[in-house]
Design a protein around this ligand. Structure first.
Ligand code: CA
Length: 480
């Protein structure tokens, strides 16, 4: 599978090696646009076979690009997954394995971890974040301090969608003198300054994403856009006209969710149009995926994967994914080997010709040449998911076609052949006890240098952690 322009790659690798500085000057670094959905189901995009929700703009990117059937995020819920995307490290290694405290706090993803945005900024990129942040709200954790020249959005873990609703609710709370105001109704901001936003939030973020592209195109620099939609994360709030696109969906939650996904897809079309109109589309790598799996009780569908958001079964952290880069990525290909969101940091670094000072700590690898060759980037390597509960942890480890899973405090480890059984229905633990034991031992070794959590989402979570002497990995990794 020859999916890349060989000359461009040769020049980029020369640039990366720094051997020919003069040549490197002539290589045009690609623009990079990461579009992240929030809690999007594996089966909820046309290119993954959705029967009821339509996503024409994403499907077009898929038809012209490469889709990934086995793309994994580093955690089955928001905050830790995003921390991993930004730092290139498993959240457990940097104490970021819980969502940030619910309302306002002084903690955030440790500043000694360099964000992918900072790495790109230092390598000549004009950088912008639009949408949901959820990586720390105190000044030192603000997007503008973490490598983003531009930020438009909100700092918390989610937001209500209709300004006519949330602006009134916010005004009421201010009037009541509340100091701890609900994040979901706070005003949006642009580079730290409050703005008066009047559009449905998904439309507003799409507008700002397209605006950033036009602004960036004028700078003459390569650019990096991180467009983090809060859609289709709750609250389930869709525009009437978007819901009306789905007359056949009768379930109210599913219909609303479908409208939210449709609005996001429409916005992605706007951003792609802006790339096209500025002449930047041909040299832009677009990456689309979700931070974690869909939440089944809020209208999402992860078929055929088991469970959803929060779970270490596949539905929790395997996500729909597309990459699009005209002339560089062969149109309409499907990549069926596992890849990780953790691979994006080193892959972008490679494309930007960056030297990585924290390379040894990174948990992914530059997968670009694998996209070219079609080979498996993580053959014989381990891919982990670990979710702490009150007094125990759910854990999963994948190696090649095998996946070992432990879910629940009392239940034993199970083993699945994930290539033949992606729904994780046929436990093969008794048939392959040595294989299972070996994989669990490997995951236990991986856990040895995990960091203690730097924060907890809610007070009770921290209290339980201390009460039970967590993480109690002796219990998690027991196989007898
Ligand atoms: Ca999420």
């Amino acid at each position: 599978m020859k999916v890349l322009n060989v000359m461009a790659v040769a020049l980029l690798s020369l640039a990366a090696s720094g051997v020919f500085a003069a040549t490197a000057e002539k290589v045009e670094k690609p623009n990079i646009v990461v579009i992240l959905a929030d809690d999007l189901g594996y089966a909820d995009v046309g290119f993954n076979g959705s029967k009821d929700i339509v996503t024409p703009n994403l499907d077009k990117l898929a038809n012209e690009g490469i889709t990934f059937s086995e793309a994994y995020t580093a955690h089955p819920f928001c905050g830790p997954s995003r921390a991993a995307l930004m730092t290139g490290r498993y959240p457990h290694k940097i104490g970021s394995q819980f969502n940030l405290p619910v309302r306002g706090s002084f903690v955030g993803v440790p500043t000694e971890e360099k964000f992918v945005s900072k790495m790109l900024q230092e390598n000549g990129y004009f950088t912008g974040a639009v949408g949901k942040w959820h990586l720390g709200e105190a000044p030192e954790y603000h997007p503008n301090r973490r490598g983003f020249d531009e930020f438009y959005g909100f700092l918390g873990g989610g937001h209500n969608y209709f300004p006519e609703q949330f602006k009134k609710a916010y005004a009421r709370q201010v009037e009541q003198g509340l100091t701890n105001i609900d994040h979901y109704i706070m005003p949006l901001e642009h580079n730290g300054k409050e703005v008066d936003e009047n559009e449905y939030i998904t439309d507003a973020l799409s507008r700002e994403g397209a605006n950033f592209v036009r602004k960036a195109a004028d700078t003459g620099k390569p650019f990096f856009l991180y467009l983090a939609y809060n859609a289709p994360h709750v609250p389930l709030q869709a525009k009437q006209e978007d819901m009306e696109k789905f007359p056949d969906i009768k379930d109210k939650k599913r219909k609303t969710y479908a409208g939210m996904v449709y609005a996001m897809d429409r916005g992605i079309g706007e951003v792609v149009d802006a790339l096209d109109a500025t002449g930047k589309l041909d040299n832009t790598l677009i990456v689309f995926f979700s931070d974690n799996g869909g939440k089944l009780q809020f209208g999402a569908n992860n078929h055929p994967l088991r469970e959803g958001k929060g779970s270490v079964f596949e539905g929790g952290f395997r996500t729909p994914m597309v990459m699009h880069w005209p002339k560089q990525i062969k149109a309409g290909t499907q990549f069926e080997h596992p890849i990780k969101a953790l691979d994006l940091f080193p892959t972008f670094a490679g494309l930007a010709g960056a030297e990585l000072e924290q390379e040894s700590k990174l948990d992914g690898k530059n997968i670009f040449s694998f996209l070219q060759s079609g080979d498996a980037p993580h053959k014989d390597e381990l891919i982990f998911a670990l979710r702490h509960r009150g007094s125990y942890s759910d854990a999963a480890v994948r190696r090649n076609e095998w996946k070992a899973v432990k879910v629940g405090e009392k239940s034993p480890w199970k083993l699945f052949n994930i290539e033949q059984d992606e729904a994780e229905e046929n436990d093969l633990a008794e048939k392959h006890p040595m294989m299972l034991r070996d994989m669990v031992r490997e995951m236990e070794k991986w856990s040895w240098d995990n960091a203690q959590p730097r924060w907890f989402h809610i007070h009770e979570e921290g209290a339980l952690w201390r009460q039970h002497g967590m993480p109690r990995f002796d219990k998690t990794f027991a196989t007898d």
